[in-house]
Design a protein around this ligand. Structure first.
Ligand code: KIV
Length: 301
């Protein structure tokens, strides 16, 4: 689909907001899914720290390291050409200092070939975003439910459901915009709050559980394709049931192996009869039995 599509640029995203053209974003964590995202023609691909849960089996996003994320991001880079590629700064890779934040963001760009990075929250993260942007790397913000600090937020639950909480989201979003972020993710925010803020923010807002009014939508790869067996948030719509299909496929394979129905003749390499005969003669030498031991009388090929 994307064969003749030029790579997505930041000005193009800004134009899409102005033209009310929805922006499509997905996460991806490996090369096959990156190739699928490319072929499907999405606009943005995020190597999200949700990889901690979807790929590495952790129960939250916090344990994943930058080194682990870089391995995944490099694989994704090799599969995408058109979408803008976003490296998600994992917990602990940017909060400590502006220098640390710049260093981590730079690794995403230099080592993995990411175009931009994403970080979570307002507050201190606004300063980190500003520093990274000053260092020449564009930054996407992320407010509302910020999984890296879910414990502090009282768990994985919607934010902005009281006026005070909505004010905090607004303040964080405007601060991230003022710091120079090119776009902001709103996660698990009431649709009515998104609707009001999207029209007041000049940068694109990409929603996940933030209603239909956002400038774009993002879903986690494993949720959208029904690969992940874990907790599924309310805001997910599954567009396929790949987990079921994978269990069916692997189960079928296991059954055929056990019944010796696989491999079949068409999966097997042949050898010329005279070559096989020569090999048999080699095995039948008595001297072999002496040197290798074992039961050579029953040799059957
Ligand atoms: O890490 C991630 O996958 C994300 C998305 C949910 C936006 O941050």
């Amino acid at each position: 689909m994307s064969a003749d599509r030029p790579p997505v640029t930041l000005p193009q995203l800004a134009e899409m907001k102005l033209a009310a053209e929805p922006i499509v974003m997905v996460t991806a964590y490996d090369h096959p899914s990156a190739e699928v995202a490319e072929a499907a023609g999405v606009d943005l691909v995020l190597v999200g720290d949700t990889a901690a849960m979807t790929m590495l089996g952790h129960s939250s996003t916090t344990p994943v390291s930058l080194d682990e994320m870089l391995v995944l991001a490099k694989a994704v880079r090799r599969g995408v050409r058109t979408p803008l590629l976003i490296g998600d700064l994992p917990f602990g890779s940017y909060e400590g200092s502006n220098e640390r934040a710049i260093e981590s963001a730079t690794r995403y760009v230099k080592e993995a070939g990411c175009d931009v990075v994403k970080l979570e929250r307002g507050g201190l993260s606004v300063e980190r975003a500003r520093a990274i942007i000053r260092a020449g790397i564009p930054v996407m913000g992320h407010v509302g439910l910020t999984p890296q600090t879910a414990t502090a937020l009282g768990g994985f639950k919607a934010q902005g459901r009281t006026a005070d909480s909505a004010v905090r989201i607004a303040e964080e979003a405007f601060a991230l915009q003022a710091a120079g972020c090119f776009a902001i993710v709103f996660e698990a925010v009431p649709a009515a709050i998104s609707e009001v803020l999207v029209s007041k923010l000049s940068v694109p807002v990409i929603g996940i559980g933030a209603g239909p009014a956002t400038d774009g939508q993002v879903l986690v790869w494993h949720d959208l394709l029904g690969i992940y067996g874990g907790r599924q948030p309310k805001f997910v719509r599954r567009y396929a049931e790949l987990r079921e299909e994978m269990i069916r496929g692997v189960g079928e394979y296991a059954r055929e192996v056990r019944e010796r129905a696989f491999p079949a003749a068409e999966h097997t390499y042949a050898i010329e009869p005279e070559e096989l005969e020569a090999f048999r003669r080699y095995l039948d030498q008595e001297s072999l039995a002496a040197s290798f031991g074992g039961d050579w009388s029953a040799t059957e090929i």
